[in-house]
Design a protein around this ligand. Structure first.
Ligand code: NDP
Length: 474
């Protein structure tokens, strides 16, 4: 069975303690990785701190060129990385709507290249007879990254490429459920980068907490649950670390009256169910005008019943298993609550018997705000469809949530849809689409979905501090 070490200061570091990594499509352990001790975490942070001086002073053009090399490296090793992503996450090679492991790996490459080309030049605020005032962006130091199990490689790339592009060094701690593609990438990257720039520690229990609390860490970037994000924020306060928190979403979508349902049904379904709904910016609550409610439910049921669910290594599979048993139980409990609260299961609503953590794509009608499945993030292959009468009511219901990651409006009149969309309390609004992110546009949440953004110039700026220099001329 293949074993994956940590990478600290450019060296492969093993541990007596090992973590088993399970394939959610079979329930079997297929690989192991080294499990970090507190000492390993401290050593990794020290290595990153030592590497910072040289890396941050490296000419910008050289850092840019090395990051382009990382993007190329991912592409060169794409077959190996895609297989690792499929085995550890369960997501299919292709996936529903093309959103699967291939997209994850090729997206990681593309994100690296685009981020490599983003510059943060000095800004001149004043240049006259009295003074020259310049604003410079400076790297922060050591960035601690804690990544989740739903898009492990892509989110790792989001965290660490921006950090090192801006001149920081990184220690990453992937989810203990999906550490392998990230570990392999860090190993490959260390063949190119100076030692200590990118380090990885793996483990569970208190490794994340140990890492983010290290005094030498200047910034924490975390993608995961709101509850853990709040704990991280509390811990980070001891030394006022910078934070970017990309937390839970419970994204609403509003379908306006008169929408061409044949045009939108497939896209709405894919936005809710790709990766089995295990994406922060999946469509998680669907608000449909009463005039089209039954018709859209019927169309979505027809799509759900045609979806091929299975082992993601099979080429034509669209949805794999849920990534872990605990998440499947969360989904199951929310569906049970929906039934108790008067919801009608239009399709699915049960586990797929046999090995692996499979669950049928499930559509639930007849719920309203205040029901558990509507109010809580399901993070699984279940979509509540909620009826509304007035558009203002739909906007109010959509905003009636502690979360505010994304939201969407679907309709034939784009100007009307945009006008409705701009009233949603969320970080990103999509019109006639949902969940698409891109490496040059900022992405982040409001309310309890977190703060700080990733991607593009705005994301890069989050990896820096500002230094203002004023040269008096008189
Ligand atoms: P969590 O959000 O709880 O994150 C777990 C990770 O955070 C682990 O790596 C853990 O490391 C680390 N961690 C936990 N506590 C701390 C701390 N105090 N300081 C630093 N790191 C810490 O994920 P779960 O897997 O438990 O998922 C829970 C829910 O989160 C899901 O049901 C889903 O709703 C949501 N989720 C959201 C995602 C998103 O993209 N927004 C992605 C995945 C899940 P260690 O074990 O070492 O403590």
């Amino acid at each position: 069975m293949k074993h994956y070490p940590m990478i600290i200061n450019g060296h492969a570091i093993d541990s007596n303690d090992r973590l088993a990594v399970v394939n959610p499509a079979t329930g079997d352990t297929f690989a192991t990785c080294a499990r970090a001790s507190d000492h390993h975490v401290d050593t990794a942070v020290h290595a990153a701190k030592m590497a910072f001086d040289v890396w941050s002073k490296r000419p910008d053009a050289e850092r840019k060129a090395l990051i382009h090399q990382l993007g190329a490296l991912i592409e060169q090793h794409k077959d190996e990385l895609i297989e690792l992503v499929v085995r550890e996450t369960g997501k299919p090679i292709g996936g529903l709507g093309g959103v699967g492991a291939t997209m994850e790996v090729m997206g990681a490459s593309a994100w690296s290249h685009v981020t490599a080309d983003i510059d943060l030049p000095d800004e001149i605020i004043q240049d006259d007879a009295t003074a020259l005032v310049t604003v410079t962006r400076k790297p922060l130091g050591v960035v601690a990254s804690v990544t989740p199990w739903n898009w492990p490689l892509l989110i790792a790339i989001w965290h660490l490429i921006a950090a090192i592009r801006a001149g920081n060094t990184v220690v990453i701690k992937p989810s203990e459920l999906t550490p392998l593609a990230t570990a392999r990438f860090i190993e490959l990257a260390n063949g190119i980068l100076p030692p200590g720039v990118l380090n990885i520690v793996m483990g569970e229990g208190n490794i994340g907490q140990r890492l983010i609390s290290a005094p030498a860490v200047s910034k924490v970037v975390f993608t995961g649950s709101t509850a853990t994000g709040k704990r991280i924020m509390a811990s980070a306060s001891n030394s006022l670390k910078r934070l970017v928190l990309e937390l839970g979403g419970n994204d609403a979508a509003i379908v306006l009256p008169g929408t061409d349902l044949d045009r939108v049904a497939g896209d709405i379904f894919a936005a809710a169910f790709h990766n089995n709904g295990q994406t922060c910016a999946c469509l998680k609550r669907l608000y449909v005008h009463e005039s089209q409610y039954e018709a859209l439910c019927q169309r979505l049921v027809a799509i759900a019943e045609g979806i091929k669910v299975g082992n993601g290594l099979d080429a034509d599979v669209e949805l794999g298993p849920i990534q872990n048993e605990a998440q499947r139980s969360i989904v199951e409990n929310l569906v049970a609550a929906a039934v108790r609260e008067g919801g009608q299961i239009l399709c699915g609503g049960k586990r797929v018997e046999g090995a692996g953590y499979f669950y049928s794509p499930t559509l639930v009608a007849g719920l309203r705000n205040g029901c558990e499945l509507v109010d809580q993030e399901q993070f699984g292959p279940v979509l509540p469809i909620i009826r509304y009468t007035l558009i203002d009511e739909a906007i109010e219901l959509a905003n009636d949530s502690p979360n505010g990651l994304g939201g969407s409006v679907w309709g034939e009149n784009t100007a009307e849809a945009e006008q409705v969309g701009r009233q949603l309390e969320c970080g990103t609004v999509w019109i006639n689409g949902h969940g698409g992110v891109q490496p040059d546009a900022p992405f982040g949440g409001v309310k309890e979905s977190g703060f700080g953004v990733e991607f593009g110039r705005y994301g890069l700026e989050e990896c820096t501090s500002i230094q203002t220099v004023k040269i008096h001329r008189q």
